[in-house]
Ligand binder design. Structure first.
Ligand code: C2O
Ligand code: CU
Ligand code: CU
Length: 540
């Protein structure tokens, strides 16, 4: 690393404190270019020159009892993100992002995660232990990717997922204590979709017209490795925007409707998205599944870990190129091309006109029926920076660890409805706050209604600068189909900021559903085992 790089990064630290500071040309000479990457500029492809691609879809490799078993190997790979440049990444089954799960609702599965990462991270030197979280699923505590339920390199763990929750776009990603941000940045993230029969009747775009969009951002060192710079623990922000692992791709589309499953999987960058022709993006789903009726928006603010399912109709735009742009939100670092995400090249003909509907009514989640009157408790939680640490109500994850994992910020009874007020007093940061286990409804933000796109079931909420957001949820009882006994969950679950740098340093705590002592122990109940793993019986 040369001195110039240090100087520039120190300047960016200052810039990160105030977005406005970056627009002041205080950086002399070539440093004025707003880049984070140190690699020669001509190694980075120009926006909209690379081909769009979807991650592969994973297939089961066997069956145990009544459950399909899927295998994921976590390993270090070298892949070309930039043409002709090999970058060291961490992959699920060799791909970044990892393979997409498409599983039927109510069909229980097992996912075997095998940690074959190297003994040390290649440049940072830490031991790449992992804990895999299925974000958006009400998993049992021992299968929820609890931060300290870690699998070391050379270990594996079988995760049991029941897939009882209504259809939705989930994602799975690493949650290993103190290294989530590096592991996710290295590539340990992917989509997981629960397909729900109830959706099929709606005529929404399917098959080739149902497309995952996993948005992330990276920066490169001079030699083409990933550059780590968390700006004094504020968060990594790259200057190269990736969609499904490709820099600013161009996607050919037909003049018809598409469903996009948007996931912002960045470390610290949020996006304010807009199409270059101001066409509407119709929000049909939020983190926890479909909304009651499509909500057309021209602008969409999306924080880390949030998912929005969107229908975009390209029919009126035959032959046009439409860009998906980013109007950089507050407290994100603008670089030369972070105002762009991807582009759509609209063709002239439609090969399949079926499932091309945007119905007026969708299927509303039961969570949206919750009312404040049902709440038995209201809790208040402050998300803030104290000295060098990010804290929740003055607590950090290390306090939980020191208490031998007994300390909890809340102990809701099983089946209790509670209101949680999430407060961010600062003007300098936003915190996308994620609550494990539950789907929640956003009641209000600073006393005003949630944004139009937020009026659906959520598990992450953008707690912006100077905001208090009130959410309501039912803890520990899962909605099951008629005739099926109610499913209950108790035990310890995490709540944290999904700026994963904040999370690692150490804006994370836990709540205990059912109170102290209740539920399976997330670390002890089903610990990882040493490789080799026993063979999985084939599907016969
Ligand atoms: Cu997406 Cu606790 O994480
Ligand atoms: Cu989660
Ligand atoms: Cu945060």
């Amino acid at each position: 690393m040369d001195d110039t790089a240090l100087t520039r990064r120190d300047a960016l630290k200052v810039g990160a404190l105030s977005a406005a500071a970056l627009s002041i040309p205080f950086l002399p000479g070539p440093l004025a270019a707003k880049r984070a990457s140190e690699i020669a500029e001509n190694r980075i492809p120009r926006p909209y020159t690379m081909a769009f691609r979807k991650p592969p879809v994973i297939q089961p490799s066997g069956r145990i009892g009544d459950r399909d078993v899927y295998e994921i190997t976590q390993s270090q790979v070298k892949r070309e993100i930039l043409p002709g440049v090999k970058t060291t990444l961490f992959a699920y089954n060799g791909t970044v992002p990892g393979p997409t799960f498409r599983v039927q609702r109510r069909r229980p599965i097992i996912v075997r995660h095998i940690n074959k990462l190297p003994a040390r991270h290649p440049s940072l030197g830490y031991v790449p232990w992992t804990s895999t979280h299925l974000h958006g699923a009400p998993s049992l505590p021992q299968y929820d990717g609890y931060a300290n339920d870690i699998s070391l390199p050379g270990q594996y763990k079988d995760y049991f997922y029941d897939n009882l929750e209504p259809g939705r776009t989930l994602w799975y990603h690493d949650h290993g204590v103190h290294h989530t941000s590096e592991n996710v940045y290295m590539g340990l993230a992917a989509q997981y979709q629960i397909l729900d029969g109830a959706e099929n009747k709606l005529g929404l775009p399917r098959g080739a017209y149902d497309v995952p969009l996993i948005v992330s951002d990276v920066a490169f060192t001079g030699s083409g490795e990933l550059l780590f710079d968390n700006h004094s623990d504020s968060g990594h922000m790259g200057d190269v925007v990736l969609v499904n692992g490709v820099p600013w791709p161009l996607m050919p589309v037909e003049p018809r409707k598409y469903r996009f499953r948007l996931l912002v999987a960045t470390n610290a960058r949020s996006f304010r998205l807009r199409l270059s022709n101001d066409a509407p993006m119709n929000v049909i789903g939020t983190d926890g599944g479909l909304v009651a009726r499509p909500v057309p928006v021209q602008e969409l603010l999306v924080g880390m870990a949030e998912r929005y399912d969107l229908v975009i109709d390209f029919a009126p735009y035959e032959g046009q190129r439409i860009e998906l742009r980013n109007l950089d939100p507050d407290n994100t670092i603008e670089y030369d091309h972070t105002d762009k995400v991807m582009a759509f090249q609209v063709g002239q003909s439609v090969s399949d006109p079926t499932n091309n509907a945007l119905p007026a009514a969708l299927v509303e989640s039961p969570v949206m029926a919750l009312t404040p009157q049902q709440a038995v408790t209201t809790r208040h939680m402050r998300f803030e920076r104290q000295g060098s640490e990010w804290v929740v109500d003055g607590q950090i994850w290390d306090d939980v660890v020191r208490s031998e994992f007994r300390k909890a910020i809340a102990e809701p009874g099983v089946g209790d409805v509670e209101i949680w007020e999430l407060e961010n007093t600062s003007g300098g940061w936003f915190h996308p706050v994620h609550v494990h286990l539950v789907d929640f409804k956003i009641l209000d933000r600073n006393g005003t209604p949630p944004r139009p796109q937020e009026q659906g079931p959520k598990d992450v909420v953008y707690v912006g600068e100077g905001e208090v957001v009130r959410i309501i949820a039912e803890f520990g009882s899962l909605i099951t189909p008629p005739g099926v006994p109610e499913v209950r969950r108790s035990g310890r679950y995490m709540i944290h900021c999904h700026n994963v740098t904040h999370e690692d340093h150490d804006m994370m705590t836990q709540f205990w559903v059912g109170g102290e002592g209740a539920g399976p122990d997330p670390i002890q109940a089903d610990p990882p085992r040493a490789l080799p793993a026993p063979p999985i019986p084939p599907i016969v």
